[in-house]
Design a protein around this ligand. Structure first.
Ligand code: AMP
Length: 287
């Protein structure tokens, strides 16, 4: 059976989502960027490109089996889907922000009857209801941050990552409602029917994400330094050590290490008389 997967067609989540799929070995062909859907050439998978905000509903209804979208969109769609993997990108938070000049410091200071502009009406309503606040939701589809300036609303609920947009618009964040990142979600029925196919694709993406954090390091070291090298690289299964033809006094070591350990590793190897240090990217890593 063809597995159907929904992926954001544009916007902030599109590029990295497609990169993860192609790095996982799915062949989307040449012209996927212009298409609404693509039949993956080397697997029985169909990719449907749609807006990130529509993906939770498509997954919930079973129109697609799995999808990639933001946790903020899942919360706002208010549908029951299974989150099966965090993808460690698209980090942002949904926050309440008020004009600097309003003097409001916390949600409890917000007067009943205030107007809040947001494209996250469902989440915002739940949030203010739970705080016993009666606010009027003004639905907008974008640019919520200029609504207080235009007099359309008194404050906003919007996504923030660096906070620079808020600053430019003289708004202050007073409360985080939720934290979000991109995730893979699955339709619950489909997950029980197609567990194998779904875990294959999730594992392939996981292996790409793992590999991106690692480097493959090779070096030549004096044979008498093997023990010291083993102490430096106790990782995974320790270094692989290989003889070098014609050089009984030296060995080659191969090891997988964290990207941020490379700097110290290279210096340690040099101090032990190592040479020919080579570091390579890894395409995939299955634990
Ligand atoms: P799009 O509207 O298609 O660009 O997708 C927006 C999605 O990107 C949001 O729902 C979030 O999941 C994610 N995102 C990550 N950082 C931000 C940000 N700073 N502003 C807006 N959306 C963000």
């Amino acid at each position: 059976m063809t597995l159907k997967m929904a992926v954001p067609n544009k916007g902030r989540l599109n590029e990295r989502a497609v990169e993860l799929l192609t790095k996982s070995g799915l062949d989307l062909g040449e012209s996927w960027g212009r298409k609404l859907y693509v039949a993956v050439k080397n697997k029985d998978i169909e990719i449907i490109f749609v807006r990130a905000q529509d993906i939770p509903v498509f997954v919930h209804s079973g129109a697609v089996d799995i999808g990639i979208t933001g946790q903020d969109q899942i919360a706002n769609a208010d549908v029951d889907v299974e989150e099966i993997k965090k993808l460690e990108f698209g980090h942002c938070r949904l926050s309440v922000a008020v004009p600097e000049a309003s003097g409001i410091k916390s949600v409890s200071d917000i007067p009943d009857g205030s107007r809040v502009a947001t494209s996250f009406g469902t989440v915002a309503k739940k949030f203010f209801d739970s705080h016993g606040k009666k606010v009027d939701i003004i639905p907008v589809t974008g640019a919520a941050e200029i609504m207080p300036y235009m007099g359309v609303s008194d404050f906003i609920v919007d996504l923030v990552s660096s906070g620079s947009t808020l600053k430019t618009n003289r708004l202050i964040e007073i409360q985080t409602i939720l934290e979000s990142q991109a995730v893979i979600i699955a339709n619950r029925d489909s997950l029980s029917r197609n567990q194998n196919d779904i875990s294959n694709i999730v594992n392939a993406i996981g292996s790409v994400m793992n590999a991106e954090q690692k480097k493959y390091l090779m070096a030549v070291i004096p044979v008498e330094k093997i023990e010291e090298i083993q102490q430096i690289f106790p990782g995974l299964a320790g270094p692989t050590i290989m003889n070098i033809a014609g050089h009984p006094d030296k060995v080659a070591i191969h090891v997988v290490i964290g990207k941020n350990e490379i700097y110290d590793a290279v210096n340690d190897i040099k101090k032990l008389g190592g040479e020919g240090v080579l570091t390579l990217n890894i395409d995939g890593l299955v634990d």
